[in-house]
Ligand binder design. Structure first.
Ligand SMILES: Cc1cc2nc3c(=O)[nH]c(=O)nc-3n(C[C@H](O)[C@H](O)[C@H](O)COP(=O)(O)OP(=O)(O)OC[C@H]3O[C@@H](n4cnc5c(N)ncnc54)[C@H](O)[C@@H]3O)c2cc1C
Length: 413
């Protein structure tokens, strides 16, 4: 079934970012028809720190995407084997290491421009039998039956015409400001987490093999070298502190940069490649993720600025978990059973990571704590390896909590 006609699709996915595109590929491979709908034309940009944690590489490879061989061999992601953490002019580089029995998949994170990653993933979805990709189609609302069950979406096509797309299951994978989640009435802002990002890229920065997180009072910079010889830099601050107007934003960015001398020094002879883009707020929760005829995944299901760059992993992993649930949905005919499985899996894998991100966000509001931590990891590099590894999305909580794991990290030099 691939027609837009009466019978519709098995699954319609709103949003072709990492969550939506990877879900489309997986669901079609399981034998179901999919419409993958995005209002953008790819390649499109997406404000992001552009760092992917280590397990993303094998997860994408499983889908058929080799991050070292993109655009037909013309592009490749930049390899990242750890993270530099600094605060108040103290800090060190931590590397991805084994923690207990959890070894890093390839010891590698990746820096990659989102327009490159996402467009390659959408191309892969387009080439997959059973997937119909509809770019330039803005979803306006959900289509409901009289009893309230969701049976598809209303879209505006590129020519301005509106039409209905029907499906057995409608997936909201439409990101942080999800129209699907809003239409379902489940969005809950996190008022105290009013964080905004100012995003840009530089050319002419000497590349390293680590990502960077520089904390200062009132915010942080996150940075990574990406493909094409560029360096992506995000400044994250409280929304209330953002001035109005481009010149004022630029001035604020430059002033904050001077608070992190090690970063300012690296950028001294570099050239700002793109204007700043402001984006936020960077935190949202949803009350529920499953509905009659619909389900949420990726940022649309909830997102907390994690600082350590885990959103893409959570989007890919969430799509994985949802694929399993959709199999149950179609094989048994029981939506209730499928959604119970998906909810349980999210509670087990995704919710703890979002909770940890909220905890981290609270912690960095205490400068004395941040400074003490920076001093500590400067003296205890093994401890920083441990912390960086925990943020790398490959260490299960049970391995991190194993007796001896922290002691080993503490005492290793
Ligand atoms: C400033 C910032 C920095 C970040 N840094 C990192 C990082 O370094 N590493 C990391 O892993 N994560 C990072 N993240 C998080 C990461 O970007 C997201 O978690 C990830 O993109 C989520 O993927 P997704 O597929 O759920 O949504 P998205 O990638 O947002 O994709 C959603 C898609 O839905 C489409 N869409 C939206 N509305 C509609 C509509 N009405 N109709 C049709 N289509 C629609 C959009 O065009 C878009 O293509 C960052 C986020 C921000 C904001």
């Amino acid at each position: 079934m691939t027609a837009l006609g009466r019978h519709g699709f098995d699954v319609v996915i709103v949003g072709a970012g990492p969550a939506g595109a990877s879900l489309a590929i997986r669901v079609a491979r399981a034998g179901y028809s999919v419409a993958l709908v995005d209002r953008a034309q790819f390649p499109r940009s997406k404000p992001c720190g552009e760092f992917m944690s280590p397990p993303c590489v094998p997860m994408l490879a499983e889908l058929g995407l080799d991050v070292f061989d993109l655009d037909g061999g013309a592009a490749r992601g930049h390899e990242v084997s750890g993270m530099r953490l600094s605060a108040f002019e103290r800090g060190a580089v931590g590397r991805y290491r084994a923690v207990g029995r959890a070894a890093p998949p390839m010891t590698l994170g990746i820096g990659i421009r989102r327009e490159l990653l996402d467009a390659n993933l959408v191309d892969l979805a387009r080439a997959q039998d059973g997937v119909t990709v509809l770019e330039g189609h803005a979803v306006l609302d959900l289509e409901r039956e009289r009893g309230g069950r969701i049976v598809g979406i209303r879209v505006r096509e590129p020519d301005g015409m509106e039409r209905t797309l029907r499906a057995s299951v409608t997936v909201g994978a439409d990101g942080l400001r999800s129209r699907v989640a809003r239409s379902l009435g489940v969005v809950q802002p996190i008022p105290w987490l009013n964080r905004f990002a100012l995003v840009t890229r530089y050319a002419g920065v000497d590349a390293t093999d680590f990502g960077e997180l520089h904390l200062f009072e009132g915010g942080y910079f996150a940075a990574v070298d990406v493909d094409a010889g560029l360096f992506t830099l995000n400044l994250v601050v409280d929304g209330a502190s953002l001035p109005k107007g481009r010149a004022a934003l630029d001035a604020m960015f430059d002033e904050r940069l001077q608070r992190v001398p090690v970063l300012a020094e690296r950028l001294r002879s570099a050239r700002r490649f793109e204007p700043l883009r402001a984006y936020g707020p960077l935190g949202v929760r949803t009350k529920r993720q499953v509905f009659e005829g619909a389900v949420l995944v990726g940022d649309a299901a909830g997102y907390v600025d994690p600082m350590t760059g885990e959103g893409i992993y959570l989007a890919l992993r969430g799509a994985d978990l949802l694929t399993d649930a959709l199999r149950v949905r179609f094989e048994t005919g029981s939506e209730r059973r499928a959604w119970r499985q998906y909810t349980r899996a999210r509670r087990h894998e995704i919710a703890p990571k979002l909770a940890m991100s909220l905890l981290l966000q609270r912690a960095i509001r205490k400068p004395w704590l941040v400074e003490r931590f920076a001093r500590l990891v400067e003296r205890r590099p093994g401890l920083l390896d441990f912390v960086v590894s925990l943020t790398g999305d490959y260490v299960p909580l049970r391995e991190a909590l194993r007796p001896g794991a922290l002691v080993r990290a503490w005492s290793s030099s």
